[in-house]
Design a protein around this ligand. Structure first.
Ligand SMILES: [Mn+2]
Length: 273
């Protein structure tokens, strides 16, 4: 990364700390983001939020869903944003949701504390410029076929437009091993990004693997590799989920994992050379 780039560690040696509501990410602050893939109805998001409120710092839930098939559930739209906001207020958790189009940015920003740009939109430059020109923090996911350089240049668009509150998210890349995993989680991206940029780096093991059995080992590996946080999909009834059920943890499993992750994060902080 050229040192003239705003995202570069050479240009700014100290970690950027991104603030989402009262929650800090980066600079030694580890954040756990959790919630369902999609907001399905008011009861569903409220139940999950209540079940994880003491184990997660930020609540996630999709209202606009970029689905591979046009016949899959597309999300509740603004109704979903309302339910997500209500669940966040009821539990005291700030909320994050994905935006798919620059025409939705103002509407979505009214309801949530952080805007997510999904893997499929990582190089939607109109969207990057638009989220860069508004004040809410941004969670930028790496595209499934994007290089680290391309991810950093997408972040650069947001910083160049005036918003430096950006969190990068590794969520798995396309390789040839799809028999057992949905994507290949690129753990090596974490220390590489931590070296190249001052922006916080988190990992999404849910989309990175596609299999709830793999969430725990990959989450532990991500923190050990230096991630500033994790985003994990949680659903009370994964078998009935409208999206991504097979990769979702039940709340009790998530709570047990969060306890281990907090212990590991504390150990890693103590053990720093
Ligand atoms: Mn999902």
């Amino acid at each position: 990364m050229e040192s003239l780039h705003l995202v570069s560690r050479e240009r700014q040696p100290q970690d950027t700390i991104v603030q989402v509501g009262e929650v800090k990410i980066g600079g030694g602050n580890t954040a756990l983001i959790a919630g369902p893939c999609s907001v399905e109805d008011k009861g569903q998001i409220m139940t999950i939020a209540q079940a994880i409120k003491d184990s997660a710092q930020i609540l996630r839930g999709g209202a606009y869903k970029p689905r591979t098939s046009p016949y899959s559930f597309q999300g509740l739209g603004e109704e979903g944003l309302r339910y997500l906001q209500e669940a966040g207020r009821a539990t005291g958790l700030p909320v994050v949701t994905e935006i798919m189009s620059e025409t939705e940015v103002d509407l979505v920003a009214d309801y949530v504390d952080m805007l997510q740009i999904g893997a499929r939109n990582m190089q939607n430059y109109a969207l990057l410029k638009k989220v860069g020109a508004q004040g809410k923090p941004v969670l930028l996911k790496r595209g499934a076929a994007a290089t680290i350089e391309e991810l950093l240049l997408s972040a650069e668009y947001i910083l160049a437009a005036g918003n430096s509150q950006v969190v990068l998210c590794e969520r798995g890349i396309r390789t040839f091993s799809h028999t057992y995993t949905r994507n290949t989680l690129d753990i090596s991206a974490v220390p590489i990004l931590q070296h190249l940029t001052h922006l916080p780096v988190i990992v999404d093991p849910s989309h990175g693997s596609g299999d709830w059995n793999l969430i725990e080992p990959l989450s532990l590996a991500a923190l050990a590799a230096g991630a500033d946080g994790l985003m994990i999909e949680v659903h009370s009834a994964p078998e009935f989920a409208l999206s991504d059920g097979p990769q979702s943890l039940k709340p009790e499993k998530y709570r047990a994992l969060a306890r281990r992750l907090k212990r590991l994060a504390a150990f890693l902080k103590e053990d720093q050379p």
